[in-house]
Every structure is written in structure tokens, then in C-alpha cells.
Design a protein around this ligand. Structure first.
Ligand code: HEM
Length: 459
């Protein structure tokens, strides 16, 4: 199998590139620079990798699943493979805690709101259908014009400079402004919202090992950085209850949640807003950054997309497969003894689902490291997971990426790497290139079709 065609800078990394199974360490310092090389080794030698003592309880092990079939089988069956957050929420529910009490103990707004809004899988569906789908699920299709306007505004800032850090100049602010607009928060607060968003994802960036654990100091620091977030949401909820607008927070203030036959409380709304901020900012940013790199590395693909924007949808799906923003999550626990790829996995084991590896599994995807816009069933990738717990913001993210590239391709005649890139990535479990300097040339006005491609949610 050929080496992954992407820029990496092994020289600057503390960890050496793995050659044998013994060298593979997905979670050590610098590991993120070698993930794709590690996946080749794991697929060949240890598609189910046991991490001794890595489980959630004393003596329990964890297992890293890298095969597409295994990851899909697990996420499709939440009864047999329990979701870790659900297990945590179950404990609050069994003790009869209110959301407020659960928040006081766990300091997690998301868990607190789950105590009342969706303690069961059935309510999970209802929660999603009634509360988030209208804004970030299928309802996100109506945000296309708004997203295009934001994309144009960002491009206007740098298009005449000929060079931009694509992360700071486009990929990071776009989902931030989109999410703030959907929620109904003012644009001038984006700096604060982004800082809270950065704090909220601390475990996924700086957490250690496959359980993303924070030290006591790191946890305290995170909580300090999150201070003010709940007050901020509460203040907006109060304002929108008094003076509703056409935004998601006003909607959440007013909607009657049929599952419970009542409106939502402040803490329930805060939990949903928190989930939108955690899930909806960095992930889409990383997708856009990887897409820019793929196009810098493949000028023919850039030209093809410019001449035929109807291919953008395929490009987005294929790049999501090839460069998944969320490489792995330790989110499931086995409820009974299982066997994956001939490996015994006892009941009570923690499963680390390696979405990034499953997406380049050569048994599922022919020529897995090629960007192939004609690949059959492009949405087979598991970047958003799949099954009943599939990412609830997948449609919004897809629309953002499709509209972003429709707009960029309309405005730019070319994109290539500028000087000063070192292609280093953020630590943690997300694929995030820290800085991508690109040189661009503006397109002659009116040279490409600016119509954002039609979108549907294939998930
Ligand atoms: C490229 C962008 C994104 C990627 C790669 C991504 C990926 C994922 C994955 C892998 C999961 C775990 C699903 C599972 O456990 O089976 C997840 C859950 C989640 N995502 Fe996304 N996501 C993205 C964008 C978004 C956006 C835009 C939002 C919000 C607007 C969002 C909100 C969430 C939430 C709230 C959950 C937790 C759902 C639950 O409680 O089970 N995500 N996402």
C-alpha cells in the first residue's frame, strides 16, 4: 500500500515514525504526526489493539477498533455497546438527581440536560427530532444563503493580499460565525464564544491517553476558562424569553418538548447550547483546513471543481473520509463478551472507535489513500459515526463545507501552499493542522458558477 499522500514533517516530531507494531502509540507525544502510518501497521498486524488496564473500571481493558466493519457494527447497536455518556447520565438518573443537582456534581451542562431531556435512547431520537434537527439537522439546509454571505465576507478580508493563513482567515471563523448566528448570539461575542469553545474541548486536545484524562490542575484551569459561559447563556435565554427572535435559542425557549409535555428549563437550554458549541466549531474548521491542503496538493482536482461545482459534494464526502476531523473517540462499552477479528473482548471493556482508521481500511475502500470523487457510495465513511447516535450536526457541517467551497472556488482562480508551513498538528484525538499558509489568485469576476450545490443529509 502506498504511503499516505500528505505533507508531514517527521523531523520536528518527538516521536519516531512507527515501522513495527511495537512502535505504534496513538496517544503519546507527537503521535498525531504518524497516525496514518500507524493505521497501515494496525490494519495489517493488530486491527483490534488491546490497551491493558485502559478500561473505565479497575482491571478492565480498552480495545482500539480500526476496521470499518467493526466500528459500524458497534455504533449501530447502542444497547449491546453502551454509550459512555449515557452510562454516566444513568448514574445521575438512578439517584433521582435533578439537572441542577447533576450539574453541581459533574460540572457538565451537557450531562445535566441529558438527565431530564434524553435519559433513554427513545428520548434521544425525540430530542434530536424536536430540538436540534430543525436547526443543525435537516433544517440546516435553509442556512445556505447565510453561510455564503459569511464566506464572502471572510474572503473579502484577504483576497487582495495574495496570501492568507487559511486557518485564521477562513476555516476557524466560518463555523464560529455560523454557529453564533444560528444560536442568535451577537457577532461581537464571537471571541468570547470561541474561547469558551476552546476551553470546552480541552479533554480532546490536552487529555492524556485514550480516556482523554485531565490532571486536577488541567481540569481546574478548564473550569476557570469556562467561567461566565453559563451566565452568558442564561442572560441570553432571559432576553430571548422576553423578546424572541428567529434563532435557535429563541426557539428552544418557546418550543414545547412533546416527550415531556412541557417547555425547557434554563439549564436544559444551556446544555443544548453547550453541545452545539463543543460539537459545532472545531470539527468543521478542521475539515475545511484539510480540504484546503488536499486542493493545494492536487491542482487538477481544484480545476475540476472550479469547472464543475456539482462535484463539490463528492469532494466534501471524500475528503471527510480521507482526513476525518475526529480520528477516534472512546465512547462505547461492551455489555457482553464479544469477538472482533478473532480477538476476545470481554464484557465491560472500553472501545476506542478509530473513525480515521476505519475510513482508510483497504478492505472497505479500494485505493484508500486516493481522493476519488467517483468512489461508489461516498458516504460510507464513518467520520460522523453512523447509526442511531450519528452526529446530530452532520447536515449543518456538510452544508457549511459545501457552501464554503462553492464560494471559495467562485472567488479564487488558484490556491497553492505559501512559505512557512511546517504541517504540524494539534495533539489529542482531532486531526488539526495548526497553520496553513496559502497563496491565492482572485478569479476574474463572474468566472465560475456561484450557486451552492444542492445538499441533502445522506447520513
Ligand atoms: C466535520 C464536522 C463534524 C464531525 C467530524 C463530527 C463528528 C462527530 C462524531 C464522530 C460524533 C460521535 C457520534 C457517536 O458517538 O456515534 C459526534 C457527536 C456529536 N456531534 Fe458532531 N461532528 C461534526 C460536526 C458537528 C456539528 C456542526 C455539530 C453541532 C451543530 C455537532 C454536534 C455534535 C453533538 C452534540 C454530538 C453528541 C451527540 C450525542 O450526545 O450522542 N457536530 N460528532
Amino acid at each position: 500500500m502506498p504511503p499516505p499522500p500528505r505533507h508531514v514533517n517527521h523531523d520536528l516530531v518527538p516521536m519516531g515514525c512507527p515501522v513495527h507494531l511495537d512502535d505504534v502509540d496513538l496517544f503519546g507525544e507527537g503521535a498525531q504526526e504518524h497516525w496514518y502510518e500507524s493505521y497501515e501497521i494496525l490494519h495489517r498486524d493488530a486491527p483490534v489493539l488491546r490497551i491493558e488496564g485502559g478500561g473505565l473500571t479497575d482491571g478492565a481493558d480498552a480495545f482500539v477498533l480500526t476496521k470499518h466493519d467493526d466500528v459500524v457494527a458497534v455504533v449501530k447497536d447502542p444497547e449491546r455497546f453502551r454509550v459512555v455518556t449515557t452510562l454516566r447520565v444513568d448514574k445521575h438518573v438512578e439517584r433521582g438527581l435533578t439537572p441542577e443537582e447533576a450539574y453541581a456534581e459533574s460540572r457538565s451542562l451537557m450531562h445535566a440536560s441529558m438527565v431530564s431531556l434524553r435519559p433513554t435512547q427513545e428520548l434521544y431520537f425525540q430530542h434530536r427530532r424536536e430540538l436540534t434537527d430543525p436547526w443543525v439537522g435537516p433544517g440546516a439546509l435553509r442556512h445556505r444563503e447565510m453561510i455564503a454571505e459569511i464566506a464572502h465576507g471572510l474572503i473579502d478580508e484577504w483576497i487582495d493580499d495574495g496570501e492568507v493563513d487559511f486557518v485564521q482567515g477562513f476555516a476557524r471563523p466560518l463555523p464560529q460565525i455560523v454557529m453564533a448566528t444560528i444560536l442568535g448570539f451577537p457577532r461581537e461575542d464571537i471571541g468570547r464564544l470561541a474561547a469558551w469553545g476552546d476551553a470546552a474541548v480541552t479533554p480532546f486536545v490536552h487529555g492524556s491517553g485514550l480516556r482523554h484524562e485531565l490532571s486536577a490542575e488541567q481540569a481546574e484551569d478548564m473550569n476557570l476558562r469556562l467561567e461566565g459561559f453559563q451566565d452568558y447563556i442564561d442572560a441570553h435565554v432571559a432576553a430571548k424569553r422576553a423578546d424572541p427572535r428567529d434563532d435557535m435559542v429563541s426557539f428552544l425557549c418557546d418550543v414545547r418538548y412533546e416527550a415531556l409535555g412541557r417547555k425547557l428549563t434554563d439549564i436544559e437550554i444551556a446544555g443544548i447550547v453547550h453541545a452545539m458549541i463543543i460539537g459545532g466549531l472545531e470539527t468543521t474548521q478542521y475539515a475545511l483546513v484539510e480540504q484546503a491542503q488536499l486542493l493545494c496538493e492536487d491542482p487538477a482536482a481544484f480545476a475540476e471543481l472550479r469547472s464543475d461545482p456539482s462535484r463539490i459534494r463528492s469532494f466534501v464526502e471524500e475528503s471527510l473520509r480521507l482526513r476525518a476531523p475526529t480520528h477516534g473517540l472512546s465512547t462505547r462499552v461492551t455489555t457482553r463478551d464479544e469477538v472482533f477479528q478473532g480477538v476476545d473482548v470481554p464484557a465491560g471493556s472500553l472501545l476506542h472507535l478509530r473513525f480515521g482508521a476505519a475510513n482508510v481500511d483497504g478492505e472497505e475502500f479500494e485505493r484508500p489513500f486516493d481522493l476519488d470523487l467517483d468512489r461508489a457510495a461516498l458516504t460510507r465513511h464513518v467520520t460522523f459515526s453512523t447509526g442511531p447516535r450519528v452526529c446530530p450536526g452532520a447536515t449543518l457541517s456538510r452544508v457549511e463545507q459545501q457552501v464554503a467551497w462553492a464560494t471559495l472556488l467562485e472567488r479564487l482562480a488558484s490556491i497553492e501552499y505559501g512559505d512557512g508551513n511546517d504541517w504540524l498538528h494539534q495533539p489529542g484525538i482531532m486531526l488539526s493542522t495548526l497553520r496553513v499558509i496559502v497563496r491565492t489568485t482572485p478569479a476574474p469576476t463572474g468566472s465560475a458558477d456561484s450557486t451552492p450545490p444542492a445538499t441533502h443529509d445522506p447520513a
